[in-house]
Design a protein around this ligand. Structure first.
Ligand code: GLY
Length: 353
């Protein structure tokens, strides 16, 4: 794997093996300060030892282990982390390292961003979803009252290190989970990448490291143009208005839907709406439908009202109206598009039948 670095607004993202990266030198100023590493149960078992044995500066680090899973991305878990940081005497000049998937980097970034009004944090994503989306772009957050990322901050990571070596520990469902965000990046901004991705039948085996890097670059480039999501950045939410509603709907049920899986279904529905309400051609829609259906199981409840109630809390809404992203064509996404309940209900009915 080659190394590369590219800047996402003020936060550097470095790509390549961590051992060959600038990670050691970025830790140097913290030699006499405190460092905590946030992990979940999975990264505690599979990734932590590599980090601690690889970097002398981390040998004395405080390890904070979170329970794994989106259902734990909640305020109660933040309280536990703040308590640990407080008891261990962490000050504003100390450092937090988030080692894990989207749950760890979302919650860890949030915890750091408000602790003593802002503690430096470094993201080391260990899942495909974390690498291509969650750990990049400065959004942090936790779920609240069944709504996804209802509470959060924009907070720039001190640095983000993406080492695809961590992906070797990833179970197969986590690959399809993260792959949905790569599909999204292609659909919103890169038709050639879409054509490349839909040739992939076996996601871990056929997915090239360079393709993952391309996905990260697409996100970083969009974020750099609109870090606070005033406009353009909203396109990164394609598939997410309906996807988040689905994810929330099934959260804490016997059949939870992983984020990427929910976004894949959300993209299918929002692509269907793009044919009716924007200029996406039927041929392009069929390409999207075919690939999503062959890669993801369509778990969709026949409950338009229930999903709509969740969508009414979406962060992109304006004046009490639901606003979604639609595709003008593959590789070209529109944002702030009004959606009515009737149109949503029709798209849902089509996708269930
Ligand atoms: N996941 C969407 C964004 O970072 O803007």
């Amino acid at each position: 794997m080659h190394t590369a670095s590219f800047s996402e607004q003020l936060s550097p993202i470095e790509w390549g093996p961590l051992l060959n990266s600038t990670f050691s030198s970025i830790l140097a100023p913290f030699a006499l300060r405190k460092i905590a590493i946030i992990v979940d149960e999975n990264t505690h078992d599979h990734c932590l030892e590599f980090l601690i044995t690889g970097f002398e500066a981390l040998s004395e680090a405080e390890v904070i282990m979170l329970p794994a899973g989106e259902e734990n991305k909640v305020l109660g878990v933040c309280f536990q982390v703040w308590e640990t940081l407080t008891e261990a005497g962490f000050g504003r000049h100390d450092l937090l390292i988030n080692l894990g998937g989207g749950m760890v980097t979302d919650l860890g970034g949030f915890v750091a961003s408000v602790y003593k009004r802002g503690l430096a944090f470094i993201n080391i994503p260990t899942s495909l979803l974390g690498m291509v989306d969650a750990a990049v772009g400065g959004k942090t957050g936790i779920d609240f009252a069944a709504y996804k990322n209802q509470i959060g901050t924009f907070a720039t990571a001190h640095a983000t290190y993406i080492d695809t070596g961590f992906l070797h520990t990833l179970p197969s469902h986590e690959w399809t989970n993260g792959f949905a965000e790569l599909l999204k990046h292609a659909l919103i901004s890169d038709a050639a990448l879409w054509e490349e991705l839909i040739q992939i039948e076996n996601i871990p085996l056929e997915l090239r490291s360079e393709t993952i890097q391309q996905g990260v670059q697409i996100k970083a480039k969009i974020v750099a143009q609109d870090p606070m999501e005033r406009g353009l950045r909203k396109i990164l939410n394609f598939g997410h208005t309906i996807g988040h509603a689905l994810e929330s709907y099934y959260l804490n049920t016997a059949t939870p839907l992983a984020h990427g899986h929910a976004v894949a279904i959300g993209m299918l529905l929002e692509a269907r709406l793009s044919v009716e309400q924007a200029t996406l051609s039927k041929t392009e829609f069929q390409s999207i439908e075919k690939y999503i259906k062959q890669t993801y199981q369509l778990q969709i409840p026949n409950n338009a009202e229930g999903l709509w109630a969740l969508m009414l809390q979406d962060k992109k809404n304006m004046n009490g109206e639901v606003r979604i992203c639609l595709l003008a064509e593959i590789g070209n996404c529109l944002f702030d598009q009004k959606l009515t309940f009737g149109d949503f209900k029709d798209a849902l009915a089509h996708s269930i039948s």
